[in-house]
Ligand binder design. Sequence first.
Ligand code: ADP
Ligand code: MG
Length: 362
Amino acid sequence: MLLNARAVALLLAFCIATITTAFLSLMDDVSQLALLVTFILAFASAYLLTYITLEFFIFREINNIYDVLGKLKDREFSVADTDLNRSANPLKRINQEIYSYASDKQREIEELKLLAVFRREFLADVSHELKTPIFAAQGYIYTLLDGAVKDKNVRTKFLKKAAKSLDGLDLLVQDLLTLSQLEIGQIKMRYVYFDLIHTIQDVYDQMEGKAEKKHVELRFGAGVPEQVWVWADKQRIHQVVMNLISNAIKYSKEVNEGEELPEPGWVEVNMKEDKDKVRVFVADNGRGIPEEHLNRIFERFYRVDKSRSKSSGGTGLGLAIVKHILEAHKSKVQVKSTVGKGSTFSFALQKKKEKEEVAGIE
Ligand SMILES: Nc1ncnc2c1ncn2[C@@H]1O[C@H](COP(=O)(O)OP(=O)(O)O)[C@@H](O)[C@H]1O
Ligand SMILES: [Mg+2]
């Protein structure tokens, strides 16, 4: 820089010294030597003062601002906070403000970008999932219209298949609606006191047919009491248990046609109680989930075996709904699984009403 601190200080010091000496020379009886000494003293002190002020309080801070701007441009947010400690120097404070403003904005931008990617992926997934049953139903109906309707056997078969595809579509849309309502918090949990064992037995009764078809036994563990009362949303917990148990049946071990089942399949519910909470375990001896998929199965539309689980009628939203419902109950679903041995899903529920809620009722 042409106008650096030293050059400005020299210029200013020269002006100040010249003006001071000129004024002094207007007086009578001032010797040449005194004028010279005054000039030198005025020059030196003005130079030092100006140089120090400019260099340490202004130029250095401005250079710091440029440094920080350069780092922000390179998206480097590692300037330690201690470097920018709160300071009395206004230029230093501007520097701090620029830095914290820019890093906050950058963080927001990154979050928005991530959300945009997420939205795009979700839209692609939803359209893909909707397309499959619509295409299938469309295919059957057009084949019927093109003449197959005249054959009585084909007619019933195709209409049944079209209806099945549309049922799948209905299921998918219902799950999507539930999920979106849960996400925007529209569904408030309706807490009641109810017997969890009764709810699970209800699900077992409903799933009996499917379990029998897959040769899976539905049972309770040895130590499970006759009743376990919990404070939760009965209907939503029914949905959670339903999803977990239907998965446990659906993903039981596979048997090829004509082959014997290596061991009988089972789904077992166990409970672990303490003073305030009860932990529910839904275990199966099914095919298990490979380790690398374990923390992704709760994502929307995530399936371990894409083609097979789709053909078995799952929407891929079951576990995402389970996760949301349990989060609304301030609980978290956990999973342990070994490939070929089976999986155990578990979650905890409150046994008693929370204090303020009890107070609210009384
Ligand atoms: N008990 C289980 N045993 C093995 N795999 C499971 C089990 N439960 C869930 N999974 C895997 O997690 C995936 C996601 O489950 P879910 O969200 O219920 O979707 P869906 O059942 O509709 O495929 C399933 O596709 C399956 O691969
Ligand atoms: Mg499922």
